[in-house]
Design a protein around this ligand. Structure first.
Ligand code: FES
Length: 377
Protein backbone atom coordinates (compact mmCIF):
# COMPACT_ATOMS: atom_id res chain seq x y z
CA UNK A 1 0.00 0.00 0.00
CA UNK A 2 1.49 3.36 -0.96
CA UNK A 3 2.14 5.84 1.80
CA UNK A 4 2.99 9.48 1.97
CA UNK A 5 5.49 8.77 4.77
CA UNK A 6 8.17 6.77 3.03
CA UNK A 7 10.80 9.54 2.91
CA UNK A 8 11.84 10.37 6.45
CA UNK A 9 15.13 12.01 7.44
CA UNK A 10 17.74 9.74 9.00
CA UNK A 11 17.46 9.94 12.78
CA UNK A 12 13.69 9.98 12.73
CA UNK A 13 12.38 7.06 14.81
CA UNK A 14 9.37 5.03 13.85
CA UNK A 15 7.01 2.83 15.78
CA UNK A 16 6.19 -0.52 14.29
CA UNK A 17 3.51 -3.10 14.87
CA UNK A 18 3.14 -6.60 13.51
CA UNK A 19 -0.53 -7.60 13.89
CA UNK A 20 -1.28 -11.24 13.05
CA UNK A 21 -5.01 -11.76 12.61
CA UNK A 22 -6.87 -15.03 12.58
CA UNK A 23 -10.35 -15.36 11.08
CA UNK A 24 -12.86 -17.67 12.75
CA UNK A 25 -13.94 -20.56 10.51
CA UNK A 26 -17.60 -19.58 11.11
CA UNK A 27 -16.95 -16.57 8.88
CA UNK A 28 -16.42 -18.83 5.88
CA UNK A 29 -19.97 -20.19 6.31
CA UNK A 30 -21.52 -16.73 5.88
CA UNK A 31 -23.29 -15.95 2.60
CA UNK A 32 -20.84 -14.71 -0.06
CA UNK A 33 -22.48 -11.27 -0.22
CA UNK A 34 -22.02 -10.80 3.52
CA UNK A 35 -18.36 -11.83 3.39
CA UNK A 36 -17.86 -9.56 0.44
CA UNK A 37 -19.28 -6.65 2.41
CA UNK A 38 -16.99 -7.49 5.35
CA UNK A 39 -13.95 -7.58 3.09
CA UNK A 40 -14.92 -4.26 1.57
CA UNK A 41 -15.24 -2.68 5.03
CA UNK A 42 -11.90 -4.14 6.15
CA UNK A 43 -10.13 -2.83 3.05
CA UNK A 44 -11.69 0.62 3.42
CA UNK A 45 -10.70 0.79 7.10
CA UNK A 46 -7.05 -0.03 6.33
CA UNK A 47 -6.80 2.07 3.19
CA UNK A 48 -8.17 5.12 5.00
CA UNK A 49 -4.88 5.23 6.95
CA UNK A 50 -2.71 5.37 3.83
CA UNK A 51 -1.67 8.97 4.49
CA UNK A 52 -0.88 8.43 8.16
CA UNK A 53 1.18 5.24 8.21
CA UNK A 54 2.60 2.55 6.01
CA UNK A 55 0.76 -0.77 6.01
CA UNK A 56 2.15 -3.82 4.24
CA UNK A 57 -0.15 -6.81 3.84
CA UNK A 58 0.85 -10.48 3.99
CA UNK A 59 -1.07 -13.72 3.87
CA UNK A 60 -0.20 -16.65 6.12
CA UNK A 61 -2.78 -18.94 4.57
CA UNK A 62 -0.87 -22.09 3.75
CA UNK A 63 2.18 -21.22 5.86
CA UNK A 64 0.82 -21.32 9.42
CA UNK A 65 -2.25 -22.82 11.05
CA UNK A 66 -2.77 -20.24 13.76
CA UNK A 67 -2.76 -16.94 11.85
CA UNK A 68 -4.16 -15.88 8.48
CA UNK A 69 -3.16 -12.29 7.87
CA UNK A 70 -0.36 -9.91 8.85
CA UNK A 71 -0.66 -6.14 8.87
CA UNK A 72 2.88 -4.76 9.15
CA UNK A 73 2.36 -1.17 10.24
CA UNK A 74 5.03 1.54 10.34
CA UNK A 75 3.95 4.80 11.95
CA UNK A 76 5.35 8.04 13.33
CA UNK A 77 2.95 8.06 16.27
CA UNK A 78 1.83 5.27 18.57
CA UNK A 79 -1.68 6.72 18.51
CA UNK A 80 -2.01 6.04 14.77
CA UNK A 81 -1.51 2.34 15.39
CA UNK A 82 -4.25 2.44 18.00
CA UNK A 83 -6.59 4.30 15.64
CA UNK A 84 -6.05 1.75 12.88
CA UNK A 85 -6.80 -1.15 15.25
CA UNK A 86 -9.97 0.64 16.35
CA UNK A 87 -11.08 1.16 12.74
CA UNK A 88 -10.62 -2.54 11.99
CA UNK A 89 -12.58 -3.49 15.10
CA UNK A 90 -15.47 -1.29 13.99
CA UNK A 91 -16.03 -3.34 10.83
CA UNK A 92 -18.67 -6.05 10.71
CA UNK A 93 -15.86 -8.55 10.26
CA UNK A 94 -14.54 -7.81 13.76
CA UNK A 95 -16.62 -10.45 15.61
CA UNK A 96 -14.84 -13.07 13.51
CA UNK A 97 -11.32 -11.67 14.08
CA UNK A 98 -8.83 -12.57 16.78
CA UNK A 99 -5.25 -11.42 17.23
CA UNK A 100 -3.20 -14.46 18.26
CA UNK A 101 0.11 -12.58 17.87
CA UNK A 102 0.95 -8.90 18.12
CA UNK A 103 4.41 -7.36 18.41
CA UNK A 104 5.20 -3.72 19.09
CA UNK A 105 8.64 -2.24 18.45
CA UNK A 106 10.56 0.89 17.43
CA UNK A 107 13.42 1.70 15.15
CA UNK A 108 16.70 2.97 16.62
CA UNK A 109 20.37 3.30 15.73
CA UNK A 110 22.26 0.05 16.00
CA UNK A 111 24.85 -0.20 18.78
CA UNK A 112 27.03 -2.36 16.55
CA UNK A 113 26.75 -0.62 13.16
CA UNK A 114 28.43 2.77 12.94
CA UNK A 115 28.23 5.67 10.52
CA UNK A 116 25.51 6.34 8.00
CA UNK A 117 24.49 2.69 7.80
CA UNK A 118 23.65 2.67 11.51
CA UNK A 119 21.80 5.99 11.30
CA UNK A 120 19.76 4.86 8.28
CA UNK A 121 18.26 2.05 10.34
CA UNK A 122 15.96 4.46 12.14
CA UNK A 123 13.72 4.66 9.08
CA UNK A 124 12.31 1.52 7.48
CA UNK A 125 11.95 1.25 3.71
CA UNK A 126 9.95 -1.90 2.90
CA UNK A 127 10.99 -3.28 -0.48
CA UNK A 128 7.85 -4.96 -1.85
CA UNK A 129 9.62 -8.30 -1.76
CA UNK A 130 7.45 -11.36 -2.24
CA UNK A 131 8.10 -12.79 1.23
CA UNK A 132 8.59 -11.57 4.76
CA UNK A 133 9.94 -13.68 7.63
CA UNK A 134 9.22 -12.37 11.11
CA UNK A 135 10.10 -13.47 14.61
CA UNK A 136 10.38 -11.95 18.07
CA UNK A 137 13.83 -12.25 19.56
CA UNK A 138 15.22 -12.30 23.13
CA UNK A 139 18.88 -12.51 24.14
CA UNK A 140 20.17 -13.96 27.41
CA UNK A 141 20.91 -11.48 30.19
CA UNK A 142 24.49 -12.77 30.12
CA UNK A 143 24.87 -11.10 26.72
CA UNK A 144 24.37 -7.67 28.19
CA UNK A 145 27.03 -8.33 30.85
CA UNK A 146 29.75 -8.96 28.26
CA UNK A 147 32.22 -6.14 27.52
CA UNK A 148 31.12 -4.09 24.52
CA UNK A 149 34.20 -4.99 22.45
CA UNK A 150 33.46 -8.70 22.96
CA UNK A 151 29.87 -8.22 21.83
CA UNK A 152 31.07 -6.09 18.91
CA UNK A 153 33.40 -8.87 17.73
CA UNK A 154 30.57 -11.37 17.78
CA UNK A 155 28.21 -9.00 16.00
CA UNK A 156 30.86 -8.31 13.36
CA UNK A 157 30.88 -12.03 12.61
CA UNK A 158 27.07 -12.05 12.59
CA UNK A 159 26.92 -9.07 10.20
CA UNK A 160 29.55 -10.58 7.90
CA UNK A 161 27.42 -13.69 7.52
CA UNK A 162 24.38 -11.54 6.71
CA UNK A 163 26.33 -9.75 3.95
CA UNK A 164 26.87 -13.07 2.21
CA UNK A 165 23.13 -13.09 1.45
CA UNK A 166 22.39 -9.79 -0.34
CA UNK A 167 19.01 -11.07 -1.53
CA UNK A 168 17.80 -10.98 2.09
CA UNK A 169 17.10 -7.57 3.67
CA UNK A 170 17.04 -7.39 7.46
CA UNK A 171 14.88 -4.95 9.40
CA UNK A 172 15.74 -4.89 13.11
CA UNK A 173 13.28 -3.18 15.44
CA UNK A 174 13.54 -2.81 19.21
CA UNK A 175 10.93 -3.64 21.84
CA UNK A 176 12.77 -3.12 25.17
CA UNK A 177 10.10 -2.14 27.67
CA UNK A 178 7.44 -1.73 24.98
CA UNK A 179 6.54 -5.36 24.60
CA UNK A 180 7.53 -8.82 25.88
CA UNK A 181 10.38 -9.46 23.45
CA UNK A 182 13.59 -7.41 23.09
CA UNK A 183 13.61 -7.23 19.29
CA UNK A 184 11.36 -8.02 16.38
CA UNK A 185 13.36 -9.01 13.33
CA UNK A 186 11.86 -9.18 9.88
CA UNK A 187 13.60 -10.30 6.70
CA UNK A 188 12.39 -9.34 3.22
CA UNK A 189 13.34 -11.49 0.25
CA UNK A 190 12.13 -13.03 -2.98
CA UNK A 191 14.19 -16.15 -2.25
CA UNK A 192 13.02 -18.19 0.77
CA UNK A 193 15.88 -20.64 0.27
CA UNK A 194 18.43 -17.85 0.77
CA UNK A 195 16.75 -16.91 4.03
CA UNK A 196 16.80 -20.51 5.27
CA UNK A 197 20.50 -20.83 4.41
CA UNK A 198 21.26 -17.54 6.16
CA UNK A 199 19.50 -18.59 9.37
CA UNK A 200 21.27 -21.95 9.34
CA UNK A 201 24.64 -20.27 8.95
CA UNK A 202 23.87 -17.80 11.73
CA UNK A 203 23.37 -20.74 14.09
CA UNK A 204 27.13 -21.33 13.80
CA UNK A 205 27.96 -17.76 14.80
CA UNK A 206 29.13 -17.27 18.39
CA UNK A 207 26.40 -14.72 19.07
CA UNK A 208 23.86 -17.52 18.67
CA UNK A 209 25.00 -18.90 22.06
CA UNK A 210 23.31 -15.90 23.63
CA UNK A 211 19.89 -16.33 22.00
CA UNK A 212 17.27 -17.08 24.62
CA UNK A 213 14.21 -17.21 22.34
CA UNK A 214 13.51 -16.60 18.65
CA UNK A 215 10.11 -18.17 18.14
CA UNK A 216 7.39 -18.22 16.92
CA UNK A 217 8.60 -17.68 13.38
CA UNK A 218 6.24 -16.49 10.66
CA UNK A 219 6.51 -17.05 6.91
CA UNK A 220 4.42 -14.38 5.21
CA UNK A 221 3.46 -13.89 1.56
CA UNK A 222 2.98 -10.34 0.27
CA UNK A 223 -0.25 -9.59 -1.54
CA UNK A 224 -2.89 -6.89 -1.84
CA UNK A 225 -5.31 -6.81 1.09
CA UNK A 226 -8.34 -7.80 -0.94
CA UNK A 227 -6.53 -10.84 -2.28
CA UNK A 228 -5.28 -11.79 1.18
CA UNK A 229 -8.88 -11.67 2.45
CA UNK A 230 -10.05 -13.72 -0.52
CA UNK A 231 -7.41 -16.30 0.35
CA UNK A 232 -8.98 -16.63 3.80
CA UNK A 233 -12.62 -16.63 2.81
CA UNK A 234 -12.81 -18.16 -0.63
CA UNK A 235 -14.69 -16.48 -3.41
CA UNK A 236 -17.90 -17.47 -5.09
CA UNK A 237 -18.03 -16.78 -8.79
CA UNK A 238 -21.33 -18.25 -9.99
CA UNK A 239 -20.43 -17.76 -13.63
CA UNK A 240 -17.30 -19.86 -13.45
CA UNK A 241 -19.09 -23.20 -13.35
CA UNK A 242 -20.74 -22.76 -16.73
CA UNK A 243 -18.99 -24.71 -19.44
CA UNK A 244 -18.32 -23.37 -22.91
CA UNK A 245 -20.24 -25.24 -25.61
CA UNK A 246 -18.75 -24.60 -29.02
CA UNK A 247 -21.34 -24.28 -31.81
CA UNK A 248 -21.39 -27.54 -33.75
CA UNK A 249 -18.97 -27.51 -36.65
CA UNK A 250 -17.68 -24.08 -35.73
CA UNK A 251 -14.69 -22.77 -33.88
CA UNK A 252 -15.36 -20.22 -31.17
CA UNK A 253 -16.32 -16.96 -32.85
CA UNK A 254 -14.42 -13.77 -32.11
CA UNK A 255 -11.65 -15.46 -30.20
CA UNK A 256 -8.88 -12.93 -30.05
CA UNK A 257 -6.20 -15.46 -29.23
CA UNK A 258 -7.64 -18.48 -31.03
CA UNK A 259 -8.53 -21.75 -29.37
CA UNK A 260 -5.57 -24.04 -28.82
CA UNK A 261 -5.45 -27.74 -29.29
CA UNK A 262 -4.10 -28.19 -25.76
CA UNK A 263 -5.13 -26.81 -22.38
CA UNK A 264 -8.05 -27.19 -20.01
CA UNK A 265 -11.76 -26.85 -20.67
CA UNK A 266 -13.06 -23.31 -21.30
CA UNK A 267 -15.11 -21.73 -18.53
CA UNK A 268 -17.33 -18.68 -18.45
CA UNK A 269 -15.45 -15.92 -16.62
CA UNK A 270 -17.21 -12.62 -17.33
CA UNK A 271 -19.36 -10.66 -19.71
CA UNK A 272 -17.81 -8.45 -22.37
CA UNK A 273 -19.56 -5.47 -20.76
CA UNK A 274 -17.64 -6.15 -17.52
CA UNK A 275 -14.30 -5.29 -19.12
CA UNK A 276 -14.14 -1.64 -20.25
CA UNK A 277 -11.95 -0.71 -23.19
CA UNK A 278 -8.47 0.13 -21.96
CA UNK A 279 -9.34 -1.40 -18.60
CA UNK A 280 -9.30 -4.63 -16.68
CA UNK A 281 -11.71 -6.88 -14.76
CA UNK A 282 -10.71 -9.27 -12.00
CA UNK A 283 -12.37 -12.66 -11.88
CA UNK A 284 -11.83 -15.78 -9.80
CA UNK A 285 -11.51 -19.33 -10.92
CA UNK A 286 -10.76 -22.21 -8.58
CA UNK A 287 -9.22 -19.85 -6.03
CA UNK A 288 -7.05 -18.03 -8.57
CA UNK A 289 -7.34 -14.35 -9.44
CA UNK A 290 -7.35 -13.72 -13.17
CA UNK A 291 -7.01 -10.28 -14.76
CA UNK A 292 -8.92 -9.83 -18.03
CA UNK A 293 -7.72 -6.88 -20.10
CA UNK A 294 -9.46 -5.08 -22.95
CA UNK A 295 -6.89 -3.43 -25.20
CA UNK A 296 -8.70 -1.68 -28.04
CA UNK A 297 -11.33 -4.41 -28.23
CA UNK A 298 -8.82 -7.28 -27.96
CA UNK A 299 -9.17 -9.31 -24.82
CA UNK A 300 -6.32 -10.92 -22.88
CA UNK A 301 -6.29 -12.84 -19.61
CA UNK A 302 -3.39 -13.68 -17.26
CA UNK A 303 -2.95 -14.60 -13.61
CA UNK A 304 -3.23 -11.40 -11.59
CA UNK A 305 -0.20 -11.97 -9.40
CA UNK A 306 3.14 -10.86 -10.85
CA UNK A 307 5.61 -13.73 -10.96
CA UNK A 308 8.32 -11.51 -9.47
CA UNK A 309 6.86 -10.47 -6.12
CA UNK A 310 3.09 -10.85 -6.33
CA UNK A 311 2.30 -7.33 -7.55
CA UNK A 312 -1.33 -7.02 -8.73
CA UNK A 313 -1.20 -6.81 -12.52
CA UNK A 314 -4.75 -5.47 -12.65
CA UNK A 315 -3.20 -2.27 -11.27
CA UNK A 316 -0.47 -2.31 -13.90
CA UNK A 317 -0.17 -0.20 -17.03
CA UNK A 318 -1.80 -1.67 -20.12
CA UNK A 319 0.28 -0.91 -23.24
CA UNK A 320 -0.97 -2.63 -26.39
CA UNK A 321 -0.68 -6.36 -25.84
CA UNK A 322 1.57 -5.95 -22.78
CA UNK A 323 1.11 -4.97 -19.14
CA UNK A 324 3.74 -3.30 -16.94
CA UNK A 325 3.69 -4.30 -13.27
CA UNK A 326 3.18 -1.32 -10.97
CA UNK A 327 5.57 -2.70 -8.34
CA UNK A 328 8.95 -3.00 -10.08
CA UNK A 329 8.19 -2.51 -13.76
CA UNK A 330 8.28 -6.02 -15.19
CA UNK A 331 6.60 -6.13 -18.59
CA UNK A 332 4.60 -9.18 -19.66
CA UNK A 333 3.27 -10.31 -23.02
CA UNK A 334 -0.44 -10.68 -22.30
CA UNK A 335 -1.03 -13.26 -25.01
CA UNK A 336 1.49 -15.73 -23.59
CA UNK A 337 2.22 -14.51 -20.04
CA UNK A 338 5.94 -14.47 -20.84
CA UNK A 339 7.99 -11.66 -19.22
CA UNK A 340 9.52 -9.35 -21.82
CA UNK A 341 11.60 -7.40 -19.33
CA UNK A 342 12.52 -7.98 -15.69
CA UNK A 343 12.96 -8.26 -12.86
CA UNK A 344 10.35 -11.03 -13.36
CA UNK A 345 11.79 -14.08 -15.09
CA UNK A 346 8.97 -16.59 -14.79
CA UNK A 347 5.85 -16.56 -16.98
CA UNK A 348 2.36 -15.85 -15.72
CA UNK A 349 -0.54 -18.22 -16.08
CA UNK A 350 -2.07 -17.27 -19.42
CA UNK A 351 -5.50 -17.95 -20.86
CA UNK A 352 -7.02 -18.07 -24.28
CA UNK A 353 -9.91 -15.65 -24.43
CA UNK A 354 -13.05 -16.69 -26.26
CA UNK A 355 -15.69 -13.95 -26.57
CA UNK A 356 -19.04 -15.50 -27.51
CA UNK A 357 -22.48 -13.87 -27.48
CA UNK A 358 -21.39 -11.09 -25.15
CA UNK A 359 -19.67 -13.50 -22.79
CA UNK A 360 -16.00 -14.12 -22.17
CA UNK A 361 -14.83 -17.68 -21.83
CA UNK A 362 -11.30 -18.46 -20.71
CA UNK A 363 -9.22 -21.51 -21.33
CA UNK A 364 -5.91 -22.07 -19.57
CA UNK A 365 -2.98 -22.23 -21.97
CA UNK A 366 -0.26 -24.80 -21.68
CA UNK A 367 2.56 -23.41 -19.48
CA UNK A 368 5.16 -21.34 -21.33
CA UNK A 369 8.89 -21.87 -21.07
CA UNK A 370 10.45 -20.03 -18.13
CA UNK A 371 12.97 -18.19 -20.28
CA UNK A 372 12.43 -14.48 -20.65
CA UNK A 373 11.51 -13.20 -24.10
CA UNK A 374 13.22 -10.33 -25.88
CA UNK A 375 13.00 -6.98 -24.13
CA UNK A 376 10.69 -4.40 -25.64
CA UNK A 377 12.15 -1.05 -24.77
S1 FES B 1 6.12 -7.53 -8.33
FE1 FES B 1 8.11 -6.91 -8.94
S2 FES B 1 7.84 -6.51 -11.04
FE2 FES B 1 5.93 -7.19 -10.43
Amino acid sequence: MPSAKEDRPAGHRQIVRFSFYRVDSAWRALPPEERDSHKHQFCRAVESFGERLQVRIYSLVGTRGDADLLLWQIADRLDDLQSLATAVMKTEMAPYLSLPYSYLAMTRRSVYVSGEEGRARTVLHPTKSAYLFVYPFVKTRDWYQLPLDERQAMMDQHIAIGRKYPSVKLNTTYSFGLDDQEFVVSFETDEPADFLDLVMELREARSSLFTLRDTPAFTCIAMPLREALDAIGGVEQPLQTERYEAPSGASPGGASNGRPSTGSEPFLAAHVADVPEGGCALVYHEGEQIAIFNSGGRFFAVGNRCSHANGPLADGKLEGSTVVCSYHGSRFDLATGVPLSGPASRPLAAFNVIPEDGRIYLQRRAPQAAARGPATG
